[in-house]
Design a protein around this ligand. Sequence first.
Ligand code: TRP
Length: 449
Amino acid sequence: MTTNRGQFGSRLGFIFAATGSAVGLGNIWGCPTQAASNGGAAFLLVYLVLAFALAYPVLMAELILGRHTHGNSVAALTGIANRGLTRTIGALTGLFGIVVASLILSFYAIVAGWMLGFTVSYPLNVLGMESAGNWLTEFSTSRNLSLMAIFMVMTVGIIMGGVKEGIERWSTRLMPTLIITLLLLVAYVLTLDGAMTGLKVYLIPDFSKILSSQLILSALGSAFFSLSLGVGTMLVYGSYIADREHLPSIGAQVALIDVGIAVLAGFLILPAMYVAAERGVDIFSASGALLSEDTLIFTVLPELFATLGTAGVVLATAFFFLMSVAALTSSISMLEVPVAFIVERFSWSRRTAALLMGAAIGCMSGLIILNFETLFGAVIALSTRYGQPLLGLLLCVFVGWVWQRNSLLAELEKNDPNVRHGLFWKIWPVYVRFVCPVIIAIIFYRSLA
Ligand code: TRP
């Protein structure tokens, strides 16, 4: 079964690919402002603890399961079940994950298309092509459709290349680019007037805010989205890891880098917002909270860039380029979920599977764009608020309860014969069996209420 499958060429290649999946729009547009509005460094601390206490165990469940079965998500979940009924539930769970991954990609590609549009619009404006530049940044069906299609073609192009020549190669190019661009942007923005105020708001801890259960639940939700959990992305990437690699430490590195980049993004976003405030841009909503998400990215920051002259053009281009790169290394990991399944289940060629799935998901995106008001928010809620936690729960149940302990242990012993005496084996299995399902169930219940 493992002969024709791709495999990551090196540990570093895997780390770039997995952090590429994890680091995406979520890190940059959600986490920093959430932190600033909710207790600053205190929130970051909670986020870090939660990422390790809850998201890391689920990440490990996906990676270990994927590596053990060396198969797509349906094959993996049916592979560890030995009874008819659990096999059927496993297959349905895997399929549900594939559908949710595709739905997430269908809205993600629209937003990523906007990032591409903004990246190109700044240089175009400098060249005097303002009407093209405006078309790229103003909301319209034709713009949304064209940019989404371009982004989808890029995603499909990389996935057609395969695990090593596509995913690994491009992640290894794009992730260092992303980190360097982010560091340069942070360094520059910190020199501007007002930046230090933003830094203070970001970092001065206010422990009174973090005790709210609502906040903890929402931090958990973002940790889940940020680590790309639930839908089988990490499971499929895990299935391409060589048996010699030590999964618990690789997983920890991925989680650390993901959280680290979210924290680093805060050193860009918060100072930039307060620089903008210094220049007369409104950075608070009517309710007094910091503006966040799409308003932050597409209104507040562009207003700031506009006040900075030539430097603003360079800064803006670099910033939206950064967002586009972050989106692309995430979108390829979403498309890989259905493609891996189709290639292995129906023996299609990777090219055909990538093209057809890309086209199908692109049609779904098109449908969302044509019915933007009704579908955009609904698809996001359906896939991330309901689909992801539910899948995370099922996954923990499978790894914690269905998968035989001995086989699980044998998988971990492949590269660490002493694993049974270590801390990971003492804590993690219990966690995945009891703690994770309960916490996820609570989050899920709360999001329904
Ligand atoms: N983690 C990415 C982000 O922060 C998005 C992402 C990639 C994702 N693959 C996923 C989210 C799978 C959920 C499921 O933007």
